[in-house]
Ligand binder design. Structure first.
Ligand code: GLU
Ligand code: MG
Length: 453
């Protein structure tokens, strides 16, 4: 259908647009996926054809408001202003156009959800992160961040007993074992290539604990780019697997009795070119104070699924206690020792996984840390032991999504930052997932998280 005359143009004519069109033609791109992350944590979108791309870069693609009330089982929740009436636009960010190496003929653009007049929509997650970045900038700060994702690689097989499909891990190699490099070699080289050609710079790779578990980490980037990167990363891990007749999942705990998949969040706070997390820095300690103060609530956003809480537990190196410590891998916040002279001091938030919406997760972390800096919150003493060895001494993290959501509802700062529409939709979606999975057996929960994440 043709555009109505006078349809609102949202992005102004931009030299980027011309470059995108030229590149799309040159690389034989037919479909351009406009992607966003929803309240379930799922990446969704619609694709524009190349012939309509010039117009769609300006107007976005029309979309129902209701999709931000959909949970990970595709069950639509009742949320005011997210019913059958109403329309937003999926408006791509011109800076994010990227051909997808695992889907020849397709490209992706990370997108905002905007109102038809072009103004930001109060339920757009990417806008939430942009606002958090702007808040930080008003204090003269910016952040560099990277998610450090783990995932499980294998094959998808039907269950002979007729239950949900099963993930059969690729191998049974040991943690960091050299044999694991070989079993996953063809896949990891393809993954590495696919990430690099999308502009994600790979830092390290290793086969990790448990059958089929892999970790390929990428370099930090400014906050918005870091969240965009994580959306691209998740798609790439799964997309490369699919093209190679494999199945990969970033679900926090795909196999109930095996290691979980974290996506630890690494971050450093900067003022111009100065890293404010250097050893002995008060700002770093206040930032940690903010993270710890908001941690129970934060987990509702950084560990956003029912499955997330199977992963968090003592002695799993995923963290179970709201404590911090230098190089403490059982602490929720680890102060990472920099690699050599040129290494950048950074913090690692362990209660973070790939079932979270990365825009909400990173945005909330920024609000929490900034609150700590503004109020000069004392983080208390660092913990230099496994906190589980002294029962009752340290505060536990929430043990279920419902507990985390209760904490979120009680957290004034984060509720205020989310705003009325976003928070009511997020809570409705997540409470519905909690109820839906509580009514079913664990195999159902594991499968539906593997399928989506
Ligand atoms: N797999 C662990 C987690 O769930 C992390 C292990 C590690 O430190 O790499 O967070
Ligand atoms: Mg790891």
């Amino acid at each position: 259908m043709r555009d109505r005359p006078g349809a609102t143009k949202i992005n102004k004519p931009d030299p980027d647009v011309r470059r995108i069109l030229e590149r799309a033609e040159l690389e034989g791109i037919e479909l351009i996926r406009f992607l966003y992350a929803d309240h379930g944590g799922v990446t969704r979108g619609k694709a524009a054809s190349r012939s309509r791309l010039a117009e769609r870069l300006g107007t976005g693609i029309g979309h129902t408001v209701a999709m931000m009330a959909m949970n990970i089982l595709d069950q639509l929740q009742e949320v005011e202003e997210m019913g059958p009436v109403g329309e937003v636009r999926i408006v791509p960010d011109p800076a994010t156009f990227v051909p997808l190496p695992y889907a020849p003929g397709a490209a992706a653009m990370l997108s905002d959800l905007r109102l038809p007049d072009g103004s930001p929509w109060a339920a757009c997650s990417r806008t939430f992160l942009k606002d958090a970045v702007a808040e930080l900038a008003s204090d003269g700060h910016h952040i560099l961040a990277a998610f450090e994702p783990e995932f499980t690689l294998g094959r998808r097989l039907p269950d002979p007993a007729g239950g949900p499909d099963r993930l059969v891990p690729l191998d049974d190699t040991l943690c960091y074992a050299a044999t694991g490099f070989d079993t996953a070699h063809d896949y990891t080289i393809k993954l590495m290539h696919a990430l690099e050609t999308q502009g994600l710079r790979v830092e390290h790779y290793h086969p990790e604990l448990g059958p089929g578990q892999q970790e390929m980490s990428i370099r930090p980037a400014p906050a918005l780019r870091a969240a965009d990167n994580h959306v691209l990363y998740r798609e790439t891990v799964r997309g490369v697997a699919l093209r190679n007749q494999m199945w990969a999942t970033l679900a926090p705990k795909p196999l109930a009795d095996q290691a979980g998949n974290g996506a630890h969040l690494h971050l450093s706070l900067w003022s111009d070119t100065r890293n404010l997390f250097a050893e002995g820095s008060e700002v770093r300690d206040w930032f940690i104070g903010g993270l710890l103060a908001h941690l129970p609530a934060l987990t509702a956003l950084t560990c956003g699924s029912v499955n997330s809480f199977r992963r968090l537990g003592p002695r799993l190196w995923s963290s179970a206690y709201a404590v911090y410590g230098p190089d403490n891998r059982e602490a929720a916040v680890r102060i990472c020792s920099p690699l050599g002279e040129s290494g950048e001091p950074n913090l690692e938030l362990k209660p973070s996984d790939s079932s979270a919406n990365p825009y909400l997760s990173l945005g909330a972390v920024i609000h929490a840390g900034l609150d700590g800096v503004r109020r000069r919150l004392d983080p208390g003493e660092p913990v230099g032991i496994d906190p589980d060895t002294v029962p009752g001494r340290y505060p536990r993290l929430p043990s279920s999504l419902d507990q985390a959501l209760d904490a979120l509802e009680a957290d004034e700062l984060l509720m205020e930052a989310l705003g009325p529409l976003r928070r009511s939709a997020y809570l409705a979606v997540k409470r519905s997932e909690s109820a839906a999975f509580a009514a079913k057996d664990p195999a159902y929960e594991l499968f539906h998280h593997m399928r989506v994440f």
